[in-house]
Design a protein around this ligand. Structure first.
Ligand code: TZP
Ligand code: MG
Length: 215
């Protein structure tokens, strides 16, 4: 079975004022071993271009790079896998395209969706939003830590928790049963951006997550 590191770091160019490549460098410098390339504003070509730039960097660090939403981009770039939402291709459709070796993850937002995902060949199942989040447009209702506990009882594969997870809250999410916490905004500290050209301390945030999660 797939082993997931406790931190699943997701790229966000808008929040960080950085390119995906820059973000990936900073995430790896902090010790991230699992990264998702996510860009809802990018065209397929732009996302493919970013994936092709980032993959040699993650490979050199022996880290995994998962593409959000786009099975075609994951296949063409030969990424490590794809992360699917409820409106993307179904897991088995993606599996047919990507083959047995690639990682396929799927987001679920209710017990019904979680149970349906258990019937697929998904390598991990994500649940959320755990806490309120401003990052996702039209997020599903918050499911809370109780949902993580319930999902853990049923899970036969790694469980990823997402949505509003901060350094402070990450330990309780892992304690509730998540194998990994997927994080966007808490990796891109706005307050530290003093001016337009400044870059946030993404590496520092990764270290902070890994530090609390190693205890
Ligand atoms: N799916 C459920 S919540 C969410 C996604 C993509 C956004 C997570 O972002 P943040 O900033 O870590 O709350
Ligand atoms: Mg999606």
């Amino acid at each position: 079975m797939l082993q997931l590191p406790k931190l699943y770091a997701i790229t966000d160019c808008q929040m960080s004022n950085c390119t995906h490549e820059e973000i990936v460098h900073m995430l790896l410098a902090g010790g991230a071993q699992l990264i998702q390339l996510r860009d809802k504003d990018a065209s397929a070509r732009e996302l493919l271009d970013a994936a092709r730039k980032c993959l040699p960097i993650t490979r050199a660090a022996k880290a995994k790079l998962i593409i959000n939403d786009r099975v075609d981009v994951a296949l063409t770039a030969d990424a490590d896998g794809v992360h699917l939402g409820q409106d993307d291709l179904a897991v088995e459709e993606a599996r047919e395209i990507l083959g047995e070796e690639k990682i396929i993850g799927v987001s679920t937002h209710s017990l019904d969706q979680f149970c349906a995902a258990l019937e697929t060949s998904a390598n991990y199942i994500a649940v959320g939003p755990i806490f309120p989040t401003k990052t996702k447009e039209n997020p599903s209702p918050v499911v809370g830590l109780e949902f993580v506990r319930e999902a853990k009882k049923l899970a036969d594969r790694p469980l990823v928790a997402i949505g509003g997870i901060t350094v402070e809250r990450a330990p309780e999410v892992i304690a509730a049963g998540a194998d990994s916490v997927a994080v966007i905004s808490a990796l891109y500290p706005f307050a530290e951006i003093q001016d337009f050209f400044a870059k946030p301390d993404i590496t520092g945030r990764v270290r902070a997550f890994l530090d609390v999660l190693s205890k």
